[in-house]
Design a protein around this ligand. Structure first.
Ligand SMILES: C[S@@+](CC[C@H](N)C(=O)[O-])C[C@H]1O[C@@H](n2cnc3c(N)ncnc32)[C@H](O)[C@@H]1O
Length: 267
């Protein structure tokens, strides 16, 4: 059992993993470089552990000792006990969920590893907003997508905000980065996937037509807010649209993902 260790000073070097959590620029480079990510809140911490991620340490306020006793008792990493005020001084924000864990990143996976046995894959191009990435993963998990592939410039699924918005779904759906973009997508086509580019453009095939064709294997490409999919990604795939009403020109990428995942996972 790990005996919780009281920490009083925000400058204690043992809390280094938790410093400046609100500095997005700093954290998005620091965390991958140091091989860590932050899980926030009881549910998310439990899901990270269940998914097999190793804990580096945990930072708790007193009132979370009870609800998280089993996690504390089985922890092999140090558990630091502090006040909400000290936690705020370290992290830069009021930690509403009262519990943070610093977790070890696993080695990144290769796209080819995820194709075996997969039928439905989401492919994100330049989706660089952590909230959208988290929301796409949450839908991907809930609606039964088999994997998520990311272009090199997509936001980090293990960044705190993505993890939190996904409610830990980033641990449940396997993902990988496609380093050679968009040429790396050729491997999907060779493996028998239909590449379907989700775009609101008029003239694209309505998604229900594709659903009627019941594709054996399908990869759904989704683009960023504002710019949408690049011309190169569109040229490499079949354009498919979700019909819109009331003159709305497009859906938020995570909303479009949920609709398309639902349609394609039932085809
Ligand atoms: C906010 S939209 C981008 C809008 C951008 N102006 C465009 O033309 O693609 C973000 C992403 O959500 C998906 N999306 C949004 N609305 C869609 C729709 N009606 N049909 C298919 N995909 C849609 C697309 O993948 C798009 O790249």
């Amino acid at each position: 059992m790990a005996e919780p260790l009281p920490v009083d000073s925000p400058d204690d070097p043992r809390l280094h993993d938790y410093t400046d959590l609100t500095d997005v620029q700093l954290r998005r480079t620091r965390e991958p470089a140091e091989g860590l990510f932050i899980a926030e809140g009881e549910k998310v911490i439990r899901r990270a552990l269940e998914a097999g991620y190793a804990m580096r340490s945990m930072l708790l306020s007193e009132k979370w000792l009870g609800p998280m006793r089993d996690v504390v008792e089985s922890a092999t990493a140090p558990v630091y006990l502090t006040t909400p005020q000290t936690a705020e001084a370290v992290t830069g924000y009021h930690v509403h969920r009262g519990a943070l864990a610093s977790m070890e990143r696993a080695p990144e996976r290769e796209p080819a590893e995820l194709l075996d046995g997969a039928r439905r894959i989401a492919v994100l191009e330049s989706v660089n907003d952590h909230t959208n990435v988290g929301a796409v993963f949450r839908s991907a998990a809930a609606l039964g997508m088999d994997a998520v592939l990311l272009s090199p410039d997509c936001a980090d699924p293990l960044y705190r905000r993505s993890v939190k918005v996904s409610m830990g779904a980033v641990f449940a759906v396997p993902y990988a980065r496609v380093e050679r973009w968009p040429h790396g997508l050729d491997a999907l086509r060779s493996a028998g996937f239909r590449l379907l580019a989700l775009t609101p453009r008029a003239g694209s095939q309505p998604i229900e037509d594709v659903v009627d064709e019941r594709p054996e294997r399908a990869a759904l490409l989704l683009g960023a807010e504002g710019t949408g999919l690049t011309a190169r990604a569109l040229a490499a795939s079949e354009p498919v649209r979700i019909p819109m009403a009331h003159g709305v020109d497009s859906l938020n990428v995570a909303a479009a993902a949920a609709v398309a995942f639902y349609a394609l996972t039932r085809a």
